[in-house]
Design a binder for this molecule. Structure first.
Ligand code: GLU
Length: 416
């Protein structure tokens, strides 16, 4: 079996499948398969040692038929326009599934952020915003955190945008620190949302969550918060990993303590009373729920057959390839796809944007309650299609997302 996938070929084949199932005409399919705008800029900055370096910055705006473009910005070495385009497309479907009034976008800077100082990162971020400022804005395109960016990055983005426009515009970025208009619960939102989906799926699957074993690949914001939320509902997190490798303990891990260990030693490995494992081994552990919350292309035709979990909830974007999807479906493993499972982050980004526009700040309990309502509704909307089509959940989710965007484009019409 050949499987040379790039994120874009995967995203295109998913769109093709949804278009076919929905009976979209070829014009609509063509429109949806291209981004509205792709921006590539050279970011020149002065490094702390006085030399000048140049980084490539990207922003891809896929579709805005349902509302302004929305999506994260990642800092990652070797990031390509192709990859950012695929991720922008996923954001369009994700926002439509969550039923929030946004389109899809993604951005990136080709940089190893761990090698830059805070001052260099600040100059890089602000210069990037200055180069694309005319394409951003609270009613045009609203950035958020993604891999290796965080609330501080969003503070710089919002501040630079506001400085260039001449007045304070908090609604120009989401995922900001709470002191300057960030929403309570935004940091936890993606991980919590993944667990809301697991909860819903377990009702349908008859999986008892009390004491259920959970393995999580990735210990960044999404992986860590998913681990905390899983423990809150009585699950046992038996394995976690980061880019250096993973740890496994059949009796369950103390998650905040593992974080403290990682902060001290830069790795989760070597944590007391645990077996060190590789990232590949983590995926194949015997467990009830597997949460890939790190990189794309982790579950492929090579290892899909060895997955022993009963349920896979995709915290990361694109961790499973189309061939692996088929294998998991045949093995009757319930897979909750990224565009549904990790939509909690952008959902609370939407709440943050609404709070900023109305100059309100909602209490945490209200944010969490609204998040659960939205996630449950999205999950049930996808399940209704799955039941009707007798399909897997990814196909159901794609049909819902792509279908909603196509309907919006149809009623907008084509101008001129
Ligand atoms: N980067 C996150 C995602 O992939 C959040 C995007 C947002 O909040 O706009 O969904």
């Amino acid at each position: 079996m050949s499987e040379e996938h790039t994120p874009l070929t995967v995203a295109q084949s998913q769109l093709k499948l949804a278009s076919k199932k929905l009976g979209l005409d070829s014009g609509m399919h063509k429109m949806l398969s291209q981004p509205k705008r792709s921006i590539s800029v050279s970011i020149d900055i002065r490094m702390d040692n006085g030399t000048v370096d140049v980084f490539n910055g990207l922003r891809v705006q896929h579709w805005d038929a349902r509302g302004p473009f929305k999506g994260g910005i990642r800092y990652y070495p070797n990031i390509t326009l192709e990859e950012v385009t695929a991720l922008a497309m996923l954001m369009t479907w994700k926002c439509a599934i969550a039923n929030i009034p946004f389109g899809g976008a993604k951005g990136g800077i080709c940089v190893d952020s761990k090698k830059l100082s805070q001052h260099e990162l600040e100059r890089l971020t602000r210069r990037y915003v200055s180069l694309i400022v005319e394409y951003l804005g609270p009613h045009r395109d609203i950035p958020a955190p993604d891999m290796y960016t965080d609330a501080q990055t969003m503070a710089w983005i919002m501040d630079t945008y506001s400085q260039l426009k001449g007045y304070r515009i908090p609604e120009s970025a989401t995922g900001k620190p709470v002191e300057i208009g960030g929403s309570w619960g935004r940091i936890e939102a993606t991980g919590r949302g993944v667990i809301h989906c697991v909860k819903q799926a377990s009702v349908n699957n008859g999986l008892k969550l009390k004491g259920a074993s959970v393995a999580i690949q990735g210990f960044g914001n999404v992986g860590y918060q998913a681990a905390v939320a899983a423990q809150e509902i009585g699950c046992k997190v038996v394995a976690v990993s980061d880019s250096t490798g993973g740890i496994y303990c059949i009796d369950g891990l103390n998650i905040p303590d593992v974080l403290a260990h990682k902060e001290k030693t830069q790795t989760v490995q070597g944590y007391k009373d645990c077996k060190n494992i590789t990232n590949e081994e983590l995926l194949e552990l015997p467990c009830d729920v597997l949460i890939p919350a790190a990189l794309q292309n982790q579950i492929t035709y090579k290892n899909a057959d060895k997955i022993k979990a009963r349920m896979v909830a995709e915290g990361a974007n694109g961790p499973t390839t189309p061939e692996a999807d088929k294998i998991l479906y045949e093995k009757e493993i319930c897979l909750i796809p990224d565009i549904l499972a990790n939509s909690g982050g952008v959902t609370v980004s939407y709440f943050e944007w609404v709070q900023n526009l109305t100059r309100e700040q909602w209490p945490l309990e209200m944010v969490n309650r609204k998040l659960e309502e939205k996630m449950t509704k999205a999950f049930n909307d996808v399940e209704a299609i799955v039941a009707k089509e007798e399909s897997d959940m990814r196909t159901g989710a794609l049909m819902l997302g792509v279908g909603r965007v196509a309907n919006a484009i149809k009623v907008l019409g084509l101008w001129p």
